[in-house]
Design a protein around this ligand. Sequence first.
Ligand SMILES: NC(=O)C1=CN([C@@H]2O[C@H](COP(=O)(O)OP(=O)(O)OC[C@H]3O[C@@H](n4cnc5c(N)ncnc54)[C@H](OP(=O)(O)O)[C@@H]3O)[C@@H](O)[C@H]2O)C=CC1
Ligand SMILES: O=C1O[C@H](COP(=O)(O)O)[C@@H](O)[C@H](O)[C@H]1O
Length: 482
Amino acid sequence: MQHVDLSHTDPDLPEHLVLILHGSRGDLSKRMVLASLYLLHRRGLLPRTWQIIGTGQVDDGDDAFRAEVRDAFEEHTDQPLDAFDEFAQHLSYAYQVEKDSPWSRADDVAAAVADGALVVHYLAIPPTAFAPATEALAAQGLLDGARVVYEKPFGTSPETFAELDDLVHEHLDESQVFRIDHFLAKEGTQNLHVLRFANELFKSVWNREHVLEVQVDVPETLDVAQRASFYDATGAALDMLVTHLFQVASEVALETPDTLEVDELVAAREEVFRHFRELDPEDDVVLGQFDGYTAIDGVADDSQTDTYVAARLWIDTDRWRGVPFVLRTGKRLARGAQRVTLIIRSPESGPLGGVGIDSVSVSIAGDGRIEISTTVKRPGPELVLAQGTAVLDFDDVAVGEALPPYASAVHDVLVGDRRAFTTSATLHEAWRAFAPLLGERRPTPVPYAPGSMGPAEADRLVSDAGWCVTAPDDAAGTGENS
Ligand SMILES: NC(=O)C1=CN([C@@H]2O[C@H](COP(=O)(O)OP(=O)(O)OC[C@H]3O[C@@H](n4cnc5c(N)ncnc54)[C@H](OP(=O)(O)O)[C@@H]3O)[C@@H](O)[C@H]2O)C=CC1
Ligand SMILES: O=C1O[C@H](COP(=O)(O)O)[C@@H](O)[C@H](O)[C@H]1O
């Protein structure tokens, strides 16, 4: 079998690394960022020498930090902790960087830089702290040559996005900025390119002549009770639509770049975002709220926050004009899934028509999977047509071991691969297309029953094929998330 190496790993890995994890004692840092670094350590994917300096608002010293990280790993990761003690030797802790007073570890970092170390600042802090933290790092001279990772959301409205974007560009070149959208780092999402660009079978149908509709569907069974106050101030559309679902839609819709090198891939993604039509809140968007949501502690009694959104997005390129991209997500639904489905048109002429819905469906959950539903001859003496589905789990393909999305994103930062990150231009266009949903035209959320697939009102957004992800027959719920 021919092996085409698409990885951009070791040759670009720096020899020495100092990763400064701001907000290192927070939920995301411990559950995702540090766990990812631990995984990369165990897989031998970190630089030859490396250190992680955690920062925060309370300084209990290195040992307390290491113990806290160990406790978090015991609770949240299923990785063996046999390498933890070795990992912990690379961890230290310091009070956070402030604008007006020198930082206690500045000299250590300067010495590492003089030895050629790459400095990465990972901002795992509240979005409101991104701007002051960036200014503090600039004031302390900690940004020269560094890479800076911004968690999501990078702005919560067109205005706050633009303000933050301007401030970040005052201090950093775009090439230094890594804005996380972990959906771009999923194995399944990245396989969308490969399926399409490496296979004429898919490439030739990837357009409006052959595709009737695209569904990007991320229903979730999850509740929001554990993070009610964050969620109530955010809602499904801001949490998932303008971020992950738009990015995944752009992956499906982009024009074929000459190569998958970062500049060309990112330019293709930015170009397709420019063709996102502004959402039409009346015709193309349904918001929902699950019954019982306002009774959750931390949620306002009269909350109008959306826990569900379905939106029909139009992408006005020659390739996709007239093909609806229907994007859906919601909490407490009957089923969890993360699916991109291209519904293929039936033949308009010829001796046979289809008997069902022909589709190419890629699960972007976990290690990813492709399902191809197509019309076949039913076995037997007569020519009777039937619908069949072929399933291929990507992790069954060949020797290889997927990285979870956060580990993949962290690794990409270390090797300087910006392909799976959002850019200033894509976010600018995302906010432009999303903006009509923020004003007076925002639809009122429609109630739906927990354990259902959301409000029936949204059924009008899809074609006669209906939703490709439906409630499980046994109503027990299936989990395909992450
Ligand atoms: N948790 C998750 O699953 C996800 C989180 N994110 C994003 O990750 C980031 C962190 O979220 P999460 O870990 O959940 O939040 P937490 O509240 O758990 O942690 C935030 C951390 O930031 C520090 N912090 C709080 N306020 C400030 C401030 N004003 N300046 C500097 N540091 C501050 C705190 O430090 P200290 O402990 O010292 O007080 C704390 O450790 C956010 O941007 C969030 O949107 C994105 C996707 C998922
Ligand atoms: O960023 C987010 O993503 C998760 C879903 O992603 P997963 O890969 O962790 O399943 C979503 O549940 C959450 O609300 C959102 O903030």
